[in-house]
Design a protein around this ligand. Sequence first.
Ligand code: SF4
Length: 414
Amino acid sequence: MNAPMRRGACPGLSAPMATGDGLLARLTPAGSTIPLAAFAGLCAAAQRRGNGVIEITSRGSIQFRGLTQVSAADFAAEVSDLGIPASDGIPVIVDPLSGLDCGNVFDAEPVANELRRALTSAPLTSRLSAKLSVAIDGGGPLHLDELSADIRLRAMQSDGEPDFHVALGGGATSAVPLGVIAAHRAVECAMRLIEVLATLAPQSRMRHAVETVGIDGFKSALDRMMAAAAVPAPRAKADPVGVHALRSGDVAIGIAPSFGHSDAESLHSLVDLAAHVQAAGLRTAPKRALLLVGIPANLAADVVAAAKAMNFIVEASDPRRRVIACAGAPICSAGQIPSRALAPVVADVLNGTEAPGFVHISGCVKGCAYPAAAPMTIVGRNGACEIYRGDDRVGSATVDTLPEQLGRLIRVRS
Ligand code: SF4
């Protein structure tokens, strides 16, 4: 296997990253439903080869912690044997109920698979940022508007034919819009944009490239395939946590582990629950969620109640959903404060309040769990908690005095 990766790159299965509790490996599912037996196999491998901690990230990847130099290769081989389709290399992320939900304009998954194949055979990787990503949104209700991506394709219906709106570097409201292309040219479009990026601004993220070399090179690469179009209207926020109708008449039930992390045993119990109601399998979703797919609608309430009894989050309004926390100290060796241990404390402070929206707890200045400015951020620096509202520093506290200080700041504002 490869040597452990440098921090900042993406820790895939074959190149795990060293952190405070051993090596961390990441699996980015391709978007199709993971059969229950395969998901149970993931849990078993995580328990056998790592410390059993499993995380669902804000981009819907699955992270496995506590691997060792010896066990990581065996873990990668075991996961590979499970045959779970995954993005290996540049993540190509599709809307989480792609091909299944009621309001989809276009099934994004086949397009994503074709793009993954094209990327695998293109000799570009060494000239691309390790953090590059592509979002392909089929236009369904559980959309990807809030997910930031270097290239965004959003399916739309025009004159009865599906096409894709294309934008660069950001979320739906912040990305730089380019125009629309016919759906059958989506892969060609993405590959041309990536080639231009690799040529004009090697190793850059798309946003930085557009700001430094301009948009013209990207536009001219799509000259003959792109038409001008209005920027699509932003959609109402979508939360994967909840019950979602499927075209089949069944439902998908979105649940979330508290603060995005769980363990092999708890997730195995969730698989058992899904098996009990003959669910088709699980999918991951952005915003640190899991979807139990293909559950008879008349059993949804029972499944939600059972998942809640297992301490999974089953309601989007749960205050734990308003805290985004990285692992922090001592799990991450760079951590200055114990972000994960502070998360439930901060959720308690937020319970019953509207402001400040959500809070990001970052164990150090790197901000892995939420790279943008949050309404409120707690940053670990020199063992203390610095508190920011947007970009403005508004206070500081020790780990022990944080709840009181945070509560005071929130009360003053609201
Ligand atoms: S932000 Fe959190 S996870 Fe990222 S390096 Fe800092 S402590 Fe570690």
